[in-house]
Design a protein. Structure first.
Length: 152
C-alpha cells in the first residue's frame, strides 16, 4: 500500500481494488509496449537489410531477401491482429486515469471534497473506468474478428 493511502485502512476493498487495477494496467501497458517496440525494431532492421542484401551475391541470396520480406509481412500481421500499440495506449490511459482518481481522492479534491461518502464516489469511478476500458477492448476485438473473417 502506498504511503499516501496509509490514512485509509489497508483492509479497504475499494483501495485494494484501485491499487490492483493500477498495477494490472501498468504491467499490461508496459508489456504491450515492449512487444510492439521489439516487433517494430525487427521489422525496421529486416527492411533495412533487404536493399543491402539484394545488391550482394551469395549462396541463397534471393531466398534470404525473400525471407526477410515474408518476416516483415508476418510481423506486421501480428501487430495488426494483436493491436499491441492500441493496447499499450489504452492500458496506459486507463492506468493514468485510475492514478488521477487515487490522488484526487487522497487530497479530497474535486467531487470528493464535499461528498458525504467519498469512498462511494471512488468505487463508482474505479468501476466506470475499468468498465469503459473493457467495453473499448471488446469493441476492438470484435472489429479485429470481423476484419479477419472478411479478409479486410
Amino acid at each position: 500500500m502506498s504511503e499516501g493511502m496509509g490514512a485509509v485502512s489497508s483492509q479497504d476493498p475499494i483501495i485494494d481494488r484501485l491499487e490492483d487495477q493500477i498495477g494490472w494496467y501498468d504491467r499490461k501497458s508496459q508489456s504491450a509496449q515492449r512487444v510492439f517496440k521489439r516487433i517494430k525494431v525487427v521489422e525496421i532492421l529486416s527492411a533495412a537489410l533487404i536493399p543491402f542484401l539484394a545488391a550482394m551475391s551469395f549462396p541463397h541470396d534471393k531466398l534470404v531477401t525473400a525471407g526477410l520480406g515474408v518476416l516483415i509481412t508476418i510481423l506486421e500481421g501480428l501487430l495488426h491482429l494483436n493491436q499491441y500499440q492500441q493496447l499499450w495506449n489504452t492500458y496506459r490511459s486507463t492506468c493514468e486515469a485510475l492514478k488521477h482518481e487515487k490522488y484526487t481522492y487522497i487530497a479530497r479534491a474535486a467531487s470528493y471534497a464535499n461528498a458525504a461518502d467519498p469512498r462511494v464516489i471512488l468505487a463508482e469511478r474505479i468501476e466506470s473506468l475499468v468498465s469503459q476500458e473493457h467495453a473499448q477492448w471488446s469493441s476492438v476485438q470484435q472489429q479485429a474478428g470481423k476484419a479477419a473473417t472478411t479478409g479486410a
